[in-house]
Design a protein around this ligand. Structure first.
Ligand code: 13P
Length: 340
Protein backbone atom coordinates (compact mmCIF):
# COMPACT_ATOMS: atom_id res chain seq x y z
CA UNK A 1 0.00 0.00 0.00
CA UNK A 2 1.38 3.41 -0.90
CA UNK A 3 1.79 6.30 1.52
CA UNK A 4 -1.20 7.89 -0.15
CA UNK A 5 -3.38 4.87 0.56
CA UNK A 6 -2.32 4.81 4.22
CA UNK A 7 -3.28 8.44 4.52
CA UNK A 8 -6.60 7.82 2.78
CA UNK A 9 -7.38 4.95 5.16
CA UNK A 10 -6.50 7.05 8.22
CA UNK A 11 -8.67 9.91 7.03
CA UNK A 12 -11.57 7.60 6.17
CA UNK A 13 -11.47 6.14 9.70
CA UNK A 14 -12.35 9.57 11.10
CA UNK A 15 -14.52 10.83 8.22
CA UNK A 16 -17.01 13.50 9.27
CA UNK A 17 -19.73 12.05 11.50
CA UNK A 18 -18.21 8.57 11.53
CA UNK A 19 -16.45 6.48 14.15
CA UNK A 20 -15.24 2.98 14.93
CA UNK A 21 -17.07 0.08 16.55
CA UNK A 22 -14.70 -2.05 18.66
CA UNK A 23 -15.77 -5.72 18.67
CA UNK A 24 -12.33 -7.15 19.36
CA UNK A 25 -12.92 -8.60 22.82
CA UNK A 26 -10.41 -11.33 23.68
CA UNK A 27 -11.70 -14.73 24.90
CA UNK A 28 -11.63 -13.74 28.62
CA UNK A 29 -13.29 -10.36 27.93
CA UNK A 30 -16.12 -11.69 25.74
CA UNK A 31 -16.72 -14.38 28.39
CA UNK A 32 -17.17 -11.60 30.97
CA UNK A 33 -19.64 -9.80 28.67
CA UNK A 34 -21.58 -13.01 27.98
CA UNK A 35 -21.60 -13.88 31.72
CA UNK A 36 -23.50 -10.61 32.25
CA UNK A 37 -26.37 -11.92 30.10
CA UNK A 38 -26.02 -15.49 31.33
CA UNK A 39 -24.93 -17.14 28.13
CA UNK A 40 -22.02 -19.44 27.52
CA UNK A 41 -19.11 -18.15 25.42
CA UNK A 42 -18.99 -20.83 22.71
CA UNK A 43 -17.53 -20.24 19.27
CA UNK A 44 -21.02 -20.29 17.72
CA UNK A 45 -22.44 -17.85 20.30
CA UNK A 46 -19.57 -15.46 19.59
CA UNK A 47 -20.16 -15.83 15.84
CA UNK A 48 -23.90 -15.22 16.21
CA UNK A 49 -23.30 -12.10 18.26
CA UNK A 50 -20.60 -10.66 16.02
CA UNK A 51 -22.79 -11.49 13.00
CA UNK A 52 -25.58 -9.24 14.27
CA UNK A 53 -23.10 -6.42 14.96
CA UNK A 54 -21.42 -6.72 11.55
CA UNK A 55 -24.54 -7.09 9.41
CA UNK A 56 -26.61 -4.39 11.12
CA UNK A 57 -28.55 -2.61 8.35
CA UNK A 58 -27.77 1.12 8.27
CA UNK A 59 -24.64 0.89 10.43
CA UNK A 60 -22.40 2.10 7.61
CA UNK A 61 -24.01 5.56 7.84
CA UNK A 62 -22.25 6.08 11.17
CA UNK A 63 -19.42 3.55 11.31
CA UNK A 64 -16.22 3.78 9.25
CA UNK A 65 -14.50 0.69 10.60
CA UNK A 66 -14.81 -2.23 13.00
CA UNK A 67 -11.99 -3.72 15.06
CA UNK A 68 -12.11 -7.52 14.92
CA UNK A 69 -10.45 -10.21 17.04
CA UNK A 70 -8.28 -12.95 15.52
CA UNK A 71 -11.12 -15.49 15.73
CA UNK A 72 -13.66 -13.03 14.28
CA UNK A 73 -11.67 -12.06 11.18
CA UNK A 74 -11.76 -15.76 10.19
CA UNK A 75 -15.50 -16.25 10.77
CA UNK A 76 -18.40 -15.71 8.35
CA UNK A 77 -21.98 -14.45 8.31
CA UNK A 78 -24.88 -16.91 8.46
CA UNK A 79 -24.98 -16.93 4.65
CA UNK A 80 -21.28 -17.82 4.47
CA UNK A 81 -19.73 -14.44 3.60
CA UNK A 82 -16.43 -13.96 5.45
CA UNK A 83 -16.87 -11.15 8.01
CA UNK A 84 -14.20 -8.89 6.44
CA UNK A 85 -15.90 -9.21 3.05
CA UNK A 86 -19.32 -8.48 4.58
CA UNK A 87 -17.90 -5.27 6.06
CA UNK A 88 -16.15 -4.16 2.88
CA UNK A 89 -19.38 -4.69 0.90
CA UNK A 90 -21.08 -2.15 3.19
CA UNK A 91 -18.21 0.35 2.92
CA UNK A 92 -16.91 -0.40 6.44
CA UNK A 93 -13.18 -1.02 6.86
CA UNK A 94 -12.09 -4.15 8.74
CA UNK A 95 -9.53 -3.59 11.50
CA UNK A 96 -7.77 -6.10 13.72
CA UNK A 97 -6.52 -6.20 17.31
CA UNK A 98 -2.93 -7.45 17.12
CA UNK A 99 -1.59 -7.22 20.66
CA UNK A 100 -1.66 -10.38 22.75
CA UNK A 101 -2.63 -8.73 26.02
CA UNK A 102 -1.26 -6.76 28.96
CA UNK A 103 1.07 -8.77 31.24
CA UNK A 104 2.67 -7.91 34.61
CA UNK A 105 5.67 -5.62 34.18
CA UNK A 106 8.68 -7.20 35.90
CA UNK A 107 9.84 -5.29 38.97
CA UNK A 108 6.77 -3.05 38.95
CA UNK A 109 3.93 -4.45 41.04
CA UNK A 110 0.49 -3.34 39.84
CA UNK A 111 1.72 -2.27 36.41
CA UNK A 112 1.37 -3.90 32.98
CA UNK A 113 3.16 -3.98 29.67
CA UNK A 114 1.45 -5.11 26.50
CA UNK A 115 2.95 -8.04 24.59
CA UNK A 116 2.64 -9.26 21.00
CA UNK A 117 5.65 -8.00 19.03
CA UNK A 118 7.16 -11.46 18.39
CA UNK A 119 6.06 -12.68 14.97
CA UNK A 120 3.99 -9.54 14.40
CA UNK A 121 5.44 -8.86 10.93
CA UNK A 122 4.13 -12.22 9.66
CA UNK A 123 0.77 -11.88 11.40
CA UNK A 124 0.25 -8.45 9.86
CA UNK A 125 0.95 -9.87 6.42
CA UNK A 126 -1.75 -12.48 6.94
CA UNK A 127 -4.27 -9.98 8.38
CA UNK A 128 -3.66 -7.74 5.37
CA UNK A 129 -4.53 -10.64 3.08
CA UNK A 130 -7.66 -11.26 5.13
CA UNK A 131 -8.75 -7.66 4.46
CA UNK A 132 -7.51 -5.64 7.47
CA UNK A 133 -6.90 -1.97 6.70
CA UNK A 134 -5.99 -0.87 10.19
CA UNK A 135 -4.84 -2.45 13.45
CA UNK A 136 -5.08 -1.79 17.17
CA UNK A 137 -2.64 -2.23 20.07
CA UNK A 138 -3.77 -1.32 23.57
CA UNK A 139 -1.38 -0.30 26.33
CA UNK A 140 -2.73 -0.05 29.86
CA UNK A 141 -1.61 2.57 32.37
CA UNK A 142 -2.86 2.11 35.93
CA UNK A 143 -3.22 4.95 38.44
CA UNK A 144 -2.50 4.02 42.06
CA UNK A 145 -0.24 4.60 45.05
CA UNK A 146 3.05 5.76 43.48
CA UNK A 147 2.08 4.56 40.00
CA UNK A 148 2.32 4.83 37.05
CA UNK A 149 6.10 4.73 36.95
CA UNK A 150 8.01 6.27 34.06
CA UNK A 151 9.35 2.75 33.44
CA UNK A 152 5.82 1.51 32.72
CA UNK A 153 4.94 4.46 30.50
CA UNK A 154 8.20 4.17 28.55
CA UNK A 155 8.01 0.38 28.13
CA UNK A 156 4.48 0.69 26.74
CA UNK A 157 5.36 3.65 24.50
CA UNK A 158 8.29 1.70 23.07
CA UNK A 159 6.10 -1.31 22.26
CA UNK A 160 3.45 0.96 20.70
CA UNK A 161 6.09 2.58 18.48
CA UNK A 162 7.52 -0.77 17.36
CA UNK A 163 4.02 -2.04 16.58
CA UNK A 164 3.14 1.15 14.69
CA UNK A 165 6.28 0.92 12.55
CA UNK A 166 5.53 -2.69 11.63
CA UNK A 167 1.94 -1.80 10.72
CA UNK A 168 3.00 1.01 8.40
CA UNK A 169 5.57 -1.28 6.77
CA UNK A 170 2.73 -3.76 6.12
CA UNK A 171 0.44 -1.07 4.66
CA UNK A 172 -1.86 -1.11 7.69
CA UNK A 173 -2.78 2.05 9.62
CA UNK A 174 -1.81 1.69 13.29
CA UNK A 175 -4.36 2.75 15.86
CA UNK A 176 -2.11 3.55 18.79
CA UNK A 177 -4.00 3.06 22.05
CA UNK A 178 -2.54 4.14 25.37
CA UNK A 179 -5.37 3.77 27.91
CA UNK A 180 -5.11 5.40 31.33
CA UNK A 181 -7.61 3.33 33.31
CA UNK A 182 -10.49 5.06 35.09
CA UNK A 183 -11.03 2.42 37.81
CA UNK A 184 -9.26 4.08 40.78
CA UNK A 185 -10.32 6.81 43.23
CA UNK A 186 -8.19 9.57 41.69
CA UNK A 187 -9.44 13.06 40.85
CA UNK A 188 -9.78 14.29 37.28
CA UNK A 189 -6.63 16.38 37.76
CA UNK A 190 -4.56 13.28 38.48
CA UNK A 191 -5.99 11.73 35.32
CA UNK A 192 -5.01 14.89 33.45
CA UNK A 193 -1.38 14.71 34.65
CA UNK A 194 -1.02 10.98 33.96
CA UNK A 195 -2.68 11.20 30.53
CA UNK A 196 -0.53 14.21 29.62
CA UNK A 197 2.68 12.43 30.59
CA UNK A 198 1.60 9.26 28.79
CA UNK A 199 0.63 10.99 25.53
CA UNK A 200 3.77 13.13 25.56
CA UNK A 201 5.95 10.04 26.02
CA UNK A 202 4.07 8.04 23.36
CA UNK A 203 4.39 10.80 20.73
CA UNK A 204 8.06 11.47 21.57
CA UNK A 205 8.73 7.75 21.12
CA UNK A 206 6.76 7.52 17.86
CA UNK A 207 8.82 10.46 16.60
CA UNK A 208 12.16 9.03 17.70
CA UNK A 209 11.34 5.68 16.07
CA UNK A 210 10.35 7.31 12.75
CA UNK A 211 6.68 6.38 12.80
CA UNK A 212 4.78 8.51 10.27
CA UNK A 213 2.32 10.60 12.28
CA UNK A 214 0.22 11.35 9.17
CA UNK A 215 -0.46 7.59 8.86
CA UNK A 216 -1.40 6.98 12.49
CA UNK A 217 -4.64 7.24 14.49
CA UNK A 218 -4.64 7.85 18.25
CA UNK A 219 -7.14 6.02 20.42
CA UNK A 220 -7.10 7.30 23.97
CA UNK A 221 -9.03 7.78 27.19
CA UNK A 222 -10.88 10.95 28.06
CA UNK A 223 -9.57 12.98 30.99
CA UNK A 224 -12.09 11.95 33.59
CA UNK A 225 -12.53 11.34 37.37
CA UNK A 226 -11.63 7.87 38.63
CA UNK A 227 -14.76 5.73 39.05
CA UNK A 228 -14.26 5.54 42.83
CA UNK A 229 -13.52 9.25 43.29
CA UNK A 230 -16.11 10.96 45.53
CA UNK A 231 -16.12 14.09 43.37
CA UNK A 232 -17.15 13.33 39.79
CA UNK A 233 -16.27 16.05 37.27
CA UNK A 234 -19.16 17.28 35.13
CA UNK A 235 -19.51 16.90 31.38
CA UNK A 236 -18.09 20.32 30.48
CA UNK A 237 -15.07 19.91 32.78
CA UNK A 238 -14.27 16.54 31.18
CA UNK A 239 -14.54 18.14 27.73
CA UNK A 240 -12.35 21.12 28.65
CA UNK A 241 -9.62 19.13 30.37
CA UNK A 242 -9.53 16.43 27.70
CA UNK A 243 -9.15 18.97 24.91
CA UNK A 244 -6.49 20.91 26.82
CA UNK A 245 -4.52 17.73 27.42
CA UNK A 246 -4.68 16.80 23.72
CA UNK A 247 -3.68 20.29 22.56
CA UNK A 248 -0.61 20.17 24.80
CA UNK A 249 0.62 16.80 23.55
CA UNK A 250 -0.66 15.80 20.08
CA UNK A 251 0.89 17.02 16.82
CA UNK A 252 -1.48 18.77 14.43
CA UNK A 253 -0.35 16.42 11.64
CA UNK A 254 -2.22 13.48 13.22
CA UNK A 255 -5.26 12.62 11.02
CA UNK A 256 -7.58 11.96 13.95
CA UNK A 257 -8.26 11.02 17.55
CA UNK A 258 -10.83 8.50 18.70
CA UNK A 259 -11.84 7.77 22.28
CA UNK A 260 -12.40 4.50 24.09
CA UNK A 261 -15.31 4.43 26.53
CA UNK A 262 -13.37 2.70 29.32
CA UNK A 263 -16.34 1.88 31.56
CA UNK A 264 -18.36 5.10 31.17
CA UNK A 265 -22.08 4.62 30.71
CA UNK A 266 -23.21 4.66 27.09
CA UNK A 267 -25.00 7.99 27.44
CA UNK A 268 -22.20 9.75 29.31
CA UNK A 269 -19.60 8.65 26.73
CA UNK A 270 -21.79 10.26 24.06
CA UNK A 271 -22.38 13.43 26.09
CA UNK A 272 -18.64 13.90 26.71
CA UNK A 273 -17.75 13.51 23.03
CA UNK A 274 -20.55 15.89 22.07
CA UNK A 275 -19.42 18.57 24.55
CA UNK A 276 -15.89 18.47 23.13
CA UNK A 277 -17.04 18.87 19.54
CA UNK A 278 -19.64 21.49 20.41
CA UNK A 279 -17.28 23.67 22.48
CA UNK A 280 -14.20 23.19 20.28
CA UNK A 281 -15.25 23.02 16.62
CA UNK A 282 -11.87 24.15 15.25
CA UNK A 283 -9.38 21.64 16.63
CA UNK A 284 -6.48 20.45 14.44
CA UNK A 285 -7.91 16.89 14.33
CA UNK A 286 -11.39 15.32 14.21
CA UNK A 287 -12.48 13.90 17.59
CA UNK A 288 -14.50 10.73 17.18
CA UNK A 289 -15.27 7.44 18.94
CA UNK A 290 -13.96 3.90 18.97
CA UNK A 291 -16.18 2.49 21.69
CA UNK A 292 -16.66 -1.09 22.67
CA UNK A 293 -18.94 -1.20 25.70
CA UNK A 294 -20.57 2.23 25.20
CA UNK A 295 -21.87 1.14 21.78
CA UNK A 296 -22.56 -2.51 22.53
CA UNK A 297 -24.03 -2.63 26.03
CA UNK A 298 -27.68 -1.83 25.26
CA UNK A 299 -27.48 -4.11 22.22
CA UNK A 300 -25.96 -7.00 24.18
CA UNK A 301 -28.63 -6.76 26.89
CA UNK A 302 -31.44 -6.63 24.33
CA UNK A 303 -30.04 -9.61 22.41
CA UNK A 304 -29.57 -11.80 25.52
CA UNK A 305 -28.43 -14.67 23.29
CA UNK A 306 -31.83 -15.13 21.59
CA UNK A 307 -32.28 -15.17 17.80
CA UNK A 308 -35.75 -13.57 18.06
CA UNK A 309 -34.19 -10.50 19.72
CA UNK A 310 -31.74 -9.79 16.87
CA UNK A 311 -33.78 -7.01 15.17
CA UNK A 312 -34.36 -5.16 18.46
CA UNK A 313 -30.69 -5.59 19.43
CA UNK A 314 -29.61 -4.20 16.07
CA UNK A 315 -31.95 -1.22 16.53
CA UNK A 316 -30.39 -0.55 19.97
CA UNK A 317 -26.91 -0.60 18.42
CA UNK A 318 -27.95 1.67 15.56
CA UNK A 319 -29.37 4.18 18.02
CA UNK A 320 -26.05 4.44 19.91
CA UNK A 321 -24.15 4.68 16.64
CA UNK A 322 -26.39 7.51 15.47
CA UNK A 323 -26.11 9.40 18.78
CA UNK A 324 -22.31 9.16 18.69
CA UNK A 325 -22.22 10.17 15.04
CA UNK A 326 -24.13 13.33 15.99
CA UNK A 327 -21.76 13.81 18.96
CA UNK A 328 -18.89 13.96 16.43
CA UNK A 329 -20.65 17.02 15.01
CA UNK A 330 -21.61 18.51 18.39
CA UNK A 331 -25.27 17.98 17.45
CA UNK A 332 -26.35 15.37 20.00
CA UNK A 333 -28.97 16.22 22.63
CA UNK A 334 -30.24 14.23 25.61
CA UNK A 335 -33.74 14.41 24.15
CA UNK A 336 -32.60 11.89 21.54
CA UNK A 337 -32.43 9.27 24.27
CA UNK A 338 -36.09 9.77 25.21
CA UNK A 339 -37.17 9.43 21.60
CA UNK A 340 -35.44 6.03 21.37
P1 13P B 1 -14.34 0.27 25.58
O1 13P B 1 -14.98 1.37 24.78
O2 13P B 1 -15.31 -0.76 26.07
O3 13P B 1 -13.40 0.79 26.63
O4 13P B 1 -13.44 -0.56 24.56
C1 13P B 1 -12.75 0.07 23.58
C2 13P B 1 -11.53 -0.70 23.27
O5 13P B 1 -11.38 -1.16 22.17
C3 13P B 1 -10.54 -0.84 24.32
O6 13P B 1 -9.35 -1.31 23.77
Amino acid sequence: MSAEELQKTAQAMVARGKGILAIDESFPTIKKRFDSIDIESTEEARRNYRDLLITNPGGADYISGMILFDETIRQSTSDGTPFPEALIKQGIMPGIKVDTGAKDLAGHPGEKVTEGLDGLRDRLKEYKQLGARFAKWRAVITIGEGIPSMACIQANAHALARYAGLCQEAGIVPMVEPEVLMDADNTIDVCFDVTRQTLKTVFDTLFSMDVTIEHTILKTNMVISGKKCKVQAGVQEVANKTVRCLLETIPAALPGIVFLSGGQSAELATAHLNAMNKSYPDLPWPLSFSYGRALQEPCLKTWAGKAENVPAAQAALLHREKCNSLACLGEYTEAMEQAA
